[in-house]
Structures are given as C-alpha cells and as structure tokens.
Design a protein around this ligand. Structure first.
Ligand code: TZP
Ligand code: MG
Length: 216
C-alpha cells in the first residue's frame, strides 16, 4: 500500500484513550474503514513491559488481518520487537536519521509544526509527516500553538510533496478544511476511540473523505 493512500483515515490510540478494551475499539474502527493504525501508548496509567508488548501484538494482528499497516509511536524497540510496519516520532524523540537507520525500510512518520520542521523531516528521510495541532484538542496536554490547516497549505506552497496527515481536534465536521489545505488524510484519536460507536464514526469519516476528495 502507498503511504499517501494509507494516511486517509489514520487512527492513533493506546489503552488510555479508550473507555472500553482497546482491541474492541480497533476491531470496530477497522470495520468502519480506518486505513492506518498507530499504537500510541502514553499518559497516566499506560501499559509498560509485557502488557504493552502483548497489546501491541494483539492490535497488530487485528490490523494485519484486515490489511491495515501498524505503526508504533516513539518506541522504536517495540516496533522492531513486534516487526511493526513503521514508527512515528515527534520533535523531542531524538535524531530522525538515527531512527531511520534503526528501522531500515519500515515507514517513518515525523510530527511537525511548521515549514522548517517539515523540511528537516523530509531531508532526514521521513516517509510522511504529521502536522498539527489543526484544532484545539483535549487529548494531548503539551501541544504547540494551534495554527489551523493553513500550516499545511504553507508546507505545500513551499514545495514539500511528501504525504501529509493533519492531526489534532479533527472530527467529521472540520476534516474537509484539513483536506483542502493539502493533506492526504486525517489522524484522529478521540473522535473514534471515544465515540459511542467507533464503527459508525470511522464510517462517517470515510463518507466525508469521499466527498472531500471530489472538491480537492
Ligand atoms: N498530536 C498533536 S494533537 C494530538 C497529537 C497526538 C492529539 C490528537 O487527539 P484528538 O483527540 O484527535 O484531538
Ligand atoms: Mg513522541
């Protein structure tokens, strides 16, 4: 699968984002049509050690059973241990080049917030960049300033054509703004993981994406 196609509807989450077992949420989100999954096990009460490894394996098996690539956030060793499809890192997670060397040809995603970070991520060998926060979010406490989808437009106008996914406060009602700014897709945590019906939420995103594409 191409990275840009996989990025269309990117579910990012770990056990602390879920009101029910993470495996149930991911199963339902897959049925609803997510195209990529990132295991992001963070925050108070997050799993460590064997429990973290076991959940990563369970979620990866669910994803792979449906042909969906499985990415691990931050934890390069876990990604290598479970043989994930890729790793996603932020600006404070060490050298992008070093992660690239460790993971070889696995996908590498990097969180960026402006043109300069995007440029450096591309130069260092990222396969895609996440750009955010697009909108206000309660899910991540240490977010940078909300700049809105216009930062994606700035990155595109600079000439960066790497696959881009927007993140932060995205829901079905505002995702179109992210897509028209030049994103290949949207990454969401709470809009799916905390939805009353994750399957219906993912499905609603997919329907909206299809109509977004016609106007992009
Ligand atoms: N990076 C920037 S904002 C964010 C991350 C991981 C949180 C996104 O969560 P939500 O619930 O989709 O706003
Ligand atoms: Mg990180």
């Amino acid at each position: 699968m191409n990275v840009n196609e996989a990025l269309k509807l990117y579910l990012v989450m770990g056990s602390t984002n879920c009101p029910r077992p993470a495996t149930d949420i991911v199963k339902e989100a897959i049925e609803g049509g997510i195209t990529l999954f990132q295991y992001r096990e963070k925050g108070e009460g997050c799993l460590k050690g064997d429990a973290r490894h076991a959940l990563a394996t369970d979620l990866m098996n669910l994803c792979h059973g449906a042909g969906i690539p499985f990415i691990v956030n931050d934890d390069v060793q876990l990604a290598l241990d479970v043989d994930a499809d890729g790793v996603h890192i932020g600006q404070d997670d060490g050298s992008i080049e070093e992660v690239r060397r460790r993971i070889g040809s696995k996908w590498l995603g990097v969180s960026t917030h402006n043109v300069e970070e995007a440029r450096l991520a591309v130069q260092a060998g990222a396969d895609y960049i996440g750009v955010g926060p697009m909108f206000m979010t309660k899910t991540k406490a240490d977010i940078q300033e909300v700049q809105g989808p216009s930062v994606i437009r700035m990155i595109r106008d600079y000439g960066i054509d790497i696959p881009i996914v927007g993140i932060g406060g995205i829901d079905v009602s505002n995702m179109h703004e992210v897509m028209v700014a030049g994103a290949d897709g949207v990454a969401v945590i709470s809009a799916i993981s905390q939805a009353e019906n994750p399957r219906a939420s993912a499905h609603a995103f997919k329907t909206r994406l299809r109509s977004s594409k016609q106007t992009c």
